[in-house]
Design a protein around this ligand. Structure first.
Ligand code: SF4
Length: 331
């Protein structure tokens, strides 16, 4: 592993057992299927996909909220999939999660200052309350909640959604993590507040060298705030590259469809919009061959070639821009 990599995910598979009412396993849903990627120190990788693509399962596996079926996850050089008990608790300082709903992620009975100090107490950091208080106030200032002593006295119900998300970010950042896993961190916020939160995360990442896995269904946010984008479809990464490549020169038909409908000047095919037909299939019924072939416009345009039904393509291409499609150069 490269020492500058904050996160390395290798061959990750996450399966869920689907049970009958009597508790018998009837089938298995493969939410994440053999996914590998890495994030460098201080880098933000956006994992983009629609609902059901497996992006939250990847986040939950990294946080050990679900157990991976196969694969390994390494954070700041430490393989965390095999840790348990005290070692696992200690390792958690290095990777912190920002949840989608700032209204649920903060205990309404605690003050803001107590919420941030609680992170330190749980992780066994700080010799005295005074020391922890000092660190917590500094964390509140770093996320723009000023004057920190005054904001620190408030309770969650006295804060806006954006302020609550800043408290959640402060409670994560006070531990000086190496990696933030942000699962749709602005999707429940008012549109006017989203840019402020994402700019804050971007600034903290570059100032403090914290890597970020930014999970979103919104490709335009990924384009604006990430250093790299990985597009996920039905549990697999189908395209990965720099935002300029993904938006300006998308190669996978799925990415092309996503790009064709976002309202930004850089997108290609400005007049043509590709509206995909059908829903993303259920992860307990992944199509044979290329998993996208049931919705793929290129597959139909090429006369439904057998190669698309025979094998699921893996990512290939230049290391900086990779695509999983047998025919991506044949448009
Ligand atoms: S391999 Fe075939 S079905 Fe899959 S994305 Fe490429 S053209 Fe479409």
């Amino acid at each position: 592993m490269n020492s500058s990599e904050a996160l390395v995910v290798k061959d990750l598979t996450v399966e869920y057992a689907l049970k009958s009412r009597t508790g018998r396993i009837q089938s298995r849903a493969r939410a994440v299927d053999n996914v590998s990627f890495s994030i460098a120190t201080g880098e933000t990788l956006a994992l983009v996909g629609e609902s059901g693509s497996g992006k939250s399962s990847i986040a939950n596996a990294i946080m050990r909220l679900v157990e991976p079926s196969v694969g390994s996850i390494t954070v700041a050089g430490r393989e965390v999939t095999s840790l348990s008990g005290r070692d696992l608790r200690e390792s958690r300082r290095d990777y912190q999660m920002i949840f989608q709903d700032p209204f649920e992620s903060i205990d309404p009975r605690r003050t803001v200052l107590d919420t941030v100090m609680e992170s330190l107490i749980v992780s066994g950091i700080g010799e005295t309350d005074a020391h922890r208080r000092e660190r917590a106030l500094a964390a509140l200032e770093s996320v723009g909640l000023t004057p920190a002593p005054k904001v620190g006295e408030r309770f969650a119900h006295q804060l806006s959604g954006g302020q609550r998300q800043r408290v959640a970010i402060a409670a994560a950042m006070v531990l000086q993590p190496k990696l933030l896993v942000a699962d749709e961190p602005v999707s429940m916020l008012d549109v006017s507040l989203r840019a402020g939160i994402l700019r804050l995360m971007q600034k903290l990442g570059s100032d403090l060298d914290v890597a970020c896995l930014f999970i979103t269904h919104d490709l335009s946010l990924a384009w604006m705030y990430a250093d790299r984008i990985a597009v996920l479809y039905l549990g697999r990464i189908v395209e990965e590259g720099a935002p300029a490549d993904i938006i300006g020169n998308p190669k996978h038909p799925y990415t092309q469809a996503l790009v064709s409908v976002i309202p930004i000047p850089e997108r290609v095919n400005k007049t043509e919009r590709t509206i995909l037909t059908g829903e993303i299939p259920d992860s307990s019924h992944i199509p044979q061959g290329c998993r996208f072939h049931t919705r793929c416009p290129l597959y139909r345009a090429l006369g439904e070639p057998a190669s698309c039904r025979d094998s699921d393509p893996s990512l290939s291409g230049r290391a900086i821009h990779r695509v999983a499609c047998h025919h991506s150069t044949e448009e």
